[in-house]
Structure formats: C-alpha cells, structure tokens
Design a protein around this ligand. Structure first.
Ligand code: RP5
Ligand code: MG
Ligand code: MG
Length: 279
C-alpha cells in the first residue's frame, strides 16, 4: 500500500502541535532512523478520562491484539507490534506519539455508512455524466464540525456494539439528527431506515484509515458499507438534518474531483466501480 499521507499532516488537528517531518522513505518502521524524535501529544479531552478513552499506559495494560472486555483491540492489518508497552501504528511513523485526539491505544474502530441513490432529472430519469457517459451516484455527505471537511457520516463502534448497529446509529445521529428528536419521531425514522440498513449492504472496505488524527500509537480503522436506494424512494425521501458532530448534510455527486476527509474518497471510488457509475 502507498504510505499514509494524512496521518503525517504537518499540524496535528485541534492543536498547535507540529508533527516531526517523516519523509516517504522513512515511514516504514523497518527503516532504521536514529534521528527520529516525534512529538508526544495526547489531547486534554482524552486526558480528562471520558468513558470513550483508555487510561494512560503504566497504570493500565490492556490486552492488545485481542477483544478486551468489549473493546476490539484487534487490527484488520493483522498482529501489530508493541514498543515499551505501547502499540505501534501498522502503517508506520506519523511524527507524533501518544494518542492525540483518539481515545484508544492501538486501533480505534469506526463504521462508515455510504448511503447512495442515482442522480435523476426532473422527470426522474437517471442522469449520465457528459464525459464518462456513466450514471451519476449521489451519497449522503456531512460537513464535519471538527475540520470543515466533507465526509461520510461515520463514527466509532461502541464497546460490544455490532457494526451493523453502529452504521445505522451514526447515520441517524449525523444525517437525520435523531439525537434531538422526540421519541415518537425517532421511532418513525428508525422504522423508515431499518429496511435499507437491514438489506445486506455491499462491504466496500475493512481496514486502516489514513486519518489526520492518527499517531504512532493510535490509529483509525473502519468498516465501510454501501447501502444503495435503487428506486430512490426509501432514504431519499427523508429530510436530511445535520446532527451531533455534523455541521451540514446534503446529497453529493460521487466524483473523483470532490475532496473528502481521510480515506473516504477511496471508499467512494470502490462504490462507483462496483455500481458501474461515474467516478
Ligand atoms: C474516520 O473517522 C472514519 O472513516 C469515520 O468516518 C470517522 C469516525 O470518527 P468520528 O466521526 O467519530 O470522529 O477515520
Ligand atoms: Mg457520530
Ligand atoms: Mg462521526
């Protein structure tokens, strides 16, 4: 795989911390590099010991490469190494040690629901792209509040939570604003979208995410699943409303030129290939 890039972004998100500059040929841990002296950083929001974060190593020695009391500490990349009790990023150096903004030492598991429909004209006919001549997919995209980038409305898998539930829950929270709805409204939305999310989605990707929050000791992994509303009359008819960590939400045309958060563009490329759509 190509070396991670966003995991080496010059400035660590949500801070004034500058990463130690890691050139492409020094990303791999196998390259000896005595001069490497990364910055140690764990965000105050993590140090404050919220429920979603691990304690500091020393007082705490979790079971790495295992499911540890509901928390999945296994990696899709296989067994990861440890150094001085701390897990090592399987994709190599990032220029920062500690956890940064991430709660877990090692893998931090997320799920990404990619909800798609075909772009149609006023008469309901599928629209083809003028250059590729292929039909255009649209997906539900949110604008992240933390960085302002457009993204898939994904989120972290709670301890013991089934990924299938995370996918539906995060979509409801971020794209339908379910967290602030009264119980009756919530139930209605749940009913409307359960059918789509119960359909066997297409598993687009399982693995490491090149996320700007990654560090040498903590990184994002995800399961990205595509739920496609072929007829355009299930989720497509629901009013989108941004919620939780989403500032805006809208249907976005799937196109290689639209910049997206972390590795999300790669996931959409895989969706468009699978559905023979424009990319
Ligand atoms: C990305 O961060 C994943 O692909 C997922 O979209 C997201 C999960 O983090 P939060 O949205 O909970 O911040 O790496
Ligand atoms: Mg969320
Ligand atoms: Mg999220």
């Amino acid at each position: 795989a190509a070396p991670h890039v966003k995991s080496r972004c010059p400035q660590y998100p949500g801070s004034k911390i500058k990463r130690f500059v890691v050139p492409d040929d020094k990303v791999d841990w196998g390259q000896s590099w005595p001069q490497y002296s990364p910055v140690s950083h764990t965000d105050p929001s993590v140090l404050k010991k919220p429920v979603w974060a691990d304690p500091d190593i020393g007082s705490f020695s979790p079971q790495f490469n295992a499911v540890d009391g509901g928390v999945d500490r296994t990696s899709f990349d296989g067994s990861y190494k440890k150094e001085k009790g701390k897990p090592l990023n399987p994709r190599g150096r990032t220029g920062v040690t500690g956890r940064g903004l991430l709660g877990r030492w090692g893998p931090n598991h997320a799920a990404d629901p990619i909800v798609t429909r075909w772009k149609v004209d006023a008469k309901g006919a599928k629209m083809n792209h003028p250059v590729s001549k292929r039909p255009i997919l649209q997906f539900v995209s949110i604008k992240r509040k933390d960085c302002g980038e457009w993204a898939i409305p994904g989120g972290m898998v709670d301890p013991g939570e089934q990924v299938s539930l995370t996918l539906q829950r995060e979509f409801s929270e971020e794209a339908l604003n379910s967290l602030t709805l009264p119980q009756a409204e919530k139930a209605k939305i749940h009913e409307r979208i359960t059918k789509l999310f119960k359909s066997s989605g297409f598993v687009v990707y399982k693995g490491y995410v090149d996320d700007p929050r990654n560090t040498d000791n903590a990184w994002m992994e995800t399961v990205a699943v595509n739920f496609h509303d072929e007829s355009g009359n299930s989720v497509s008819e629901l009013p989108l409303q941004a919620g939780d960590d989403a500032g805006q939400v809208k249907w976005v045309d799937v196109d290689s030129s639209f910049p997206l958060y972390a590795s999300h563009s790669r996931f959409l490329e895989l969706v468009s290939k699978e559905r023979k759509a424009h990319w």
